[in-house]
Design a protein around this ligand. Structure first.
Ligand SMILES: NCc1[nH]cc(CCC(=O)O)c1CC(=O)O
Length: 333
């Protein structure tokens, strides 16, 4: 390539939401891209999306699933952006026809984490007193916790990471503690606030589909950007996340229903992936849980694993739980 053509190559435009977490994530991707393509320039555009603007409506009552992604995808489709950096868990399992999930980089810690109000002596869910108030707007988290810790109470909590920490720490506030993703907290430098990492080994709750991973979305057919982003893809993270997304897709759950999941490579030499999942009623009184092991080497094998676990859960009664939850929601268009 001549110097002339290098100079005229336009910058690759990276879009994301405007929260501190989203910008930190996009900057991380930009830095990686600069390392693998030093001849190119990159620009970040941080957009204030509808999901960031409406702070009052309960998450669970939003009709649309893609509050945080629709505007960014429009700009991607029109060519104003070349790649959108999402938290994978906020990406709907059904993307617009004009867009593709191009790559999933190495996943960070997928677990949920417990944060206790500053100054309180508690260290874990197990040691919280009767009536302690957990701040979370995630029905996946509250339903699983209601099931395991009937002595706890729940209150909605929305806002970006920093806002939520301020809300839980407010001495006059109602919250004793809150739950957030470990990855989100760690990325914005708040790892020191984590009192307990939650998962099947401690705390007992399963994380959201795709939690802790990023999803890089492109215009469908943009092979140049696809080739570039492919260098950032992590194979094991991709297979695990595709299996999880296939589970969600098959259950038609969307991101706001109580489906928890955990994936683990249990036999590395033979590529055996174990996936466990739970579907819980909102009040925590009913649940179905199952686990599946299979050799997973290709994207299709990953999708098959997710689908098979979803089908097992449906047979065990997950569809009845999900139907009841969907019946209490406003109609979708
Ligand atoms: N639903 C909001 C959301 N989407 C992605 C993250 C954090 C990053 C991640 O876990 O991928 C969060 C915050 C949270 O749920 O704690």
């Amino acid at each position: 390539m001549t110097e002339q053509s290098q100079a005229t190559q336009p910058p690759l435009r990276i879009g994301t939401r405007r929260s501190n977490l989203a910008v930190v994530q996009a900057e991380g991707i930009r830095d990686s891209l600069e390392r693998i393509a030093p001849e190119r320039t990159f620009e970040i555009e941080a957009l204030h999306t509808l999901g960031d603007k409406d702070k009052s409506t309960e998450l669970y009552n939003f009709g649309a699933k893609n509050l945080w992604t629709a505007e960014l995808e429009e700009k991607l489709t029109s060519g104003e952006l070349d790649v959108v950096v999402h938290c994978l868990k906020d990406m709907p399992t059904r993307l617009p026809d004009s867009c593709d999930l191009a790559a999933i980089p190495l996943r960070d810690d997928p677990r949920d984490a417990l944060i206790i109000k500053a100054g309180l002596p508690y260290t874990s869910l197990q040691t919280l007193p009767e009536g302690a108030v957990v701040g979370t707007s995630s029905v996946r988290r509250s339903a699983q916790l209601r099931r395991l810790y009937p002595h706890l109470q729940f209150a909605n909590m929305r806002g970006n990471v920093e806002t939520r920490i301020a809300k839980v720490d407010n001495p006059e506030g109602e919250y004793t503690c809150m739950i957030m993703s470990a990855a989100g907290l760690e990325r914005v430098g708040l790892k020191h606030r984590i009192s307990q990492y939650l998962g099947s080994k401690d705390g007992g709750i399963f994380h959201a589909v795709g939690q802790g991973a990023l999803g890089l979305e492109i215009r469908k057919g943009d092979t140049k950007v696809l080739e570039l982003l492919d260098k950032l893809a992590d194979e094991k993270s991709t297979l695990a996340c595709l299996a999880e997304r296939s589970l969600l897709y098959t259950l038609e759950g969307g991101c706001t229903v109580p489906i928890g999941v955990e994936t683990e490579w249990v036999d590395e030499p033979n590529h055996v992936l174990r996936m466990r999942a739970i579907v819980v009623s909102l009040d925590g009184t009913q649940s179905v849980e199952d686990s599946i092991d299979a050799a997973v080497k290709t994207n299709d094998e990953a999708r098959k694993l997710g689908q098979e676990l979803a089908e097992r859960l449906v047979k065990a009664g997950a569809d009845a739980i999900l139907k009841e939850i969907n019946a209490t929601r406003p109609p979708k268009d």
